[in-house]
Design a protein. Structure first.
Length: 159
């Protein structure tokens, strides 16, 4: 359970950084802002990059043996961190029309079939957390029901 807390903490930090960059980028020096043709916006500096918008894509360093998004996902956030300035990793946040149980089962099945070890699963205040490890990497997913037939998922991996 301790690893799950650290994983969720890391994901929350990435989301806060992404939110901060999208709200206060004009006042931050050293941040490159790219308004992409697909309507998304990418913010980057020496520490990594964050892409926000409904047309964001999976992080470029997302490992092939880590689960892809649940079918039908609409990515709203995608980010990576630079291994030269901290721990290498990436995170993605998306919404999908499904149930928390279906999405959690999908992640558990995908992780297990790719050789990951499920370290913990927990149901916390209506949200489901799944954490797994493989080699030196750690994966975590935070899955919550929005109450309108959609599920919000934040998944991150420490490389």
């Amino acid at each position: 359970m301790n690893k799950a807390v650290y994983i969720i903490g890391g994901i929350v930090v990435l989301l806060i950084v992404g939110w901060f960059l999208t709200r206060g980028s004009a006042s931050i020096s050293g941040v490159d802002v790219d308004n992409n043709l697909d309507g998304s916006t990418t913010y980057s500096n020496e520490e990594g990059s964050v892409t926000v918008g409904t047309t964001a894509t999976m992080p470029s360093n997302w490992p092939a043996d880590a689960p892809a998004n649940f079918a039908g996902a609409a990515i709203v956030y995608s980010g990576t961190s630079n291994p030269q300035t901290g721990t290498a990793g990436s995170a993605v946040s998306y919404t999908v029309r499904s149930s928390t149980a279906s999405v959690a089962d999908y992640y558990k099945q995908q992780l297990t079939s790719a050789g990951w070890t499920i370290e913990a699963t927990a149901n916390i205040a209506g949200a489901t957390v799944v954490s797994a490890t493989k080699d030196t990497r750690t994966f975590g997913a935070y899955i919550t029901d929005t109450g309108d037939g959609n599920v919000t998922v934040t998944a991150g991996i420490e490389l």
